[in-house]
Design a protein around this ligand. Structure first.
Ligand SMILES: NC(=O)c1ccc[n+]([C@@H]2O[C@H](COP(=O)([O-])OP(=O)(O)OC[C@H]3O[C@@H](n4cnc5c(N)ncnc54)[C@H](OP(=O)(O)O)[C@@H]3O)[C@@H](O)[C@H]2O)c1
Length: 234
């Protein structure tokens, strides 16, 4: 799938990685880039078309699908992350919040746009996952559950949508240098690098991106890659 002349929608595109996805989509020759944001007026990137889109709000997702009938690339980037322990009093509320955005948001958008992508020749979906889709860590436990679930959703969508010719790409990374990791003192990969690797993978027909060294090392540790295949079909 090529970006040249593509019609692209990026969720959470007003800042961070989402803004970089939108910027590089334009740079690669996309015909139109819709920048989804909870507050459309917060989109400042020149050349994109802002669209109000809270991924947890079915009416806004429906309106986006009605507006963008020519979509060819969907980028499920919007996400939230907060810290806490599984045994803390608010763990269930935290998990619910993470799932609402990081899992159900992705599912909402994928369901709404899958038929549109099919109609437009297949296209591609990029899902922004995490190193914490692969392993859990104490401080970001409920975030990790949502990203592990989003990884499973991504792998399932890939199998379901293969028949209609939609390429489904999962992108894993550890710490990326955005607002989301501001409080963490750790080595961070740049948004520019993560997006470049993701787009190179889309254009090369690949299905999974390990965008930094920690993700590559953890993945290698898991490494049988059976989740990339449709194991039920044999
Ligand atoms: N930064 C990292 O280390 C890292 C690593 C691996 C994966 N990721 C993933 O990469 C994605 C982007 O993260 P980031 O680092 O760019 O984070 P960020 O700087 O905090 O930006 C998050 C973006 O998501 C948007 N968003 C949150 N909830 C939304 C909703 N319900 N509907 C629509 N938009 C919503 C935010 O909009 P508002 O401005 O309205 O809040 C913002 O635009 C996320 O899925 C994150 O989990 C990040």
């Amino acid at each position: 799938m090529k970006f040249e002349n593509a019609i692209v929608l990026v969720t959470g595109a007003n800042r961070g990685l989402g803004q970089e996805f939108a910027r590089q989509a334009l740079e690669r020759g996309a015909k139109r880039v819709y920048a989804g944001a909870r507050d459309a007026s917060s989109v400042k990137l020149a050349g994109v078309e802002p669209i109000q889109l809270d991924v947890t709000k079915p009416d806004q997702v429906r309106a986006a699908a009605e507006k963008i009938g020519d979509l060819t690339i969907l980028i499920n980037n919007a996400g939230i992350a907060s810290t806490g322990a599984f045994v803390s009093a608010d763990a269930q509320a935290q998990l619910q919040n993470h799932l609402n955005t990081n899992l159900f948001g992705m599912l909402n958008l994928s369901q709404a746009f899958a038929p549109i992508l099919a109609k437009n020749g297949g296209g591609a979906i990029i899902n922004m996952l995490s190193l914490l889709s692969l392993v859990s860590t104490p401080v970001l436990g409920t975030y990790g559950v949502s990203k592990a679930a989003a990884w499973s959703l991504t792998n399932g969508l890939r199998q379901e949508l293969r028949q209609q010719g939609t390429q489904v790409v999962g992108v894993h990374a550890g710490f990326i240098d955005t607002d989301l990791t501001r409080g963490f003192d750790a080595p961070k990969v740049s948004p520019e690098s993560v997006v470049r690797q993701a787009f190179d993978a889309v254009e090369a027909g690949a299905e999974e991106v390990l965008a930094d060294e920690p993700s590559r090392q953890i993945h290698q540790g898991l490494s049988s890659s059976v989740y990339l295949a449709d194991i039920l079909r044999g």
